[in-house]
Design a binder for this molecule. Sequence first.
Ligand SMILES: [Zn+2]
Length: 161
Amino acid sequence: MADTRPLWMLVREAFEVTEHYAPEPPLRDKLVGIALDYADAKNAAARAEVERLTKERDEATATVELVNSNNLTLAAELAGWKQAARQMEAERDEARAALEAYGREKVREGMRWAAEIIRGCCPECQGTGVRDSGGAQPWGEPITVPCDCADAILAGMETIV
Ligand SMILES: [Zn+2]
């Protein structure tokens, strides 16, 4: 099991042991050397641990940066797709509106033709647009009034298309 006591405590103990058991310099120096080697080993282990943690932190930072950059790319792609979808929707709506306008114009055209044909069959004016009012001028000429057959058809058409 690793010794977790603070370094200063180990060094102090080493000196106490040295003074108690080894008053002679050679042995005392040897014991101090052992304590200092122990401190060096601990420092080396601590440095290695710091290096390992630094490397891990750098790797984690790189990963986070990569993820962020991927997220930005994905977000940009998504925004592009959304923009394209909006444009396609607008184009579809435009095409639909154009088709509808074209259809309505065709229907109007057909109804105008129908109105002309129907007017030709009008029992009141026979397509002349004027009908007999039933009255007559003092000099005998019959009084005519405009026939509303075509107007009625066109007015009805406007309410439909
Ligand atoms: Zn008529």
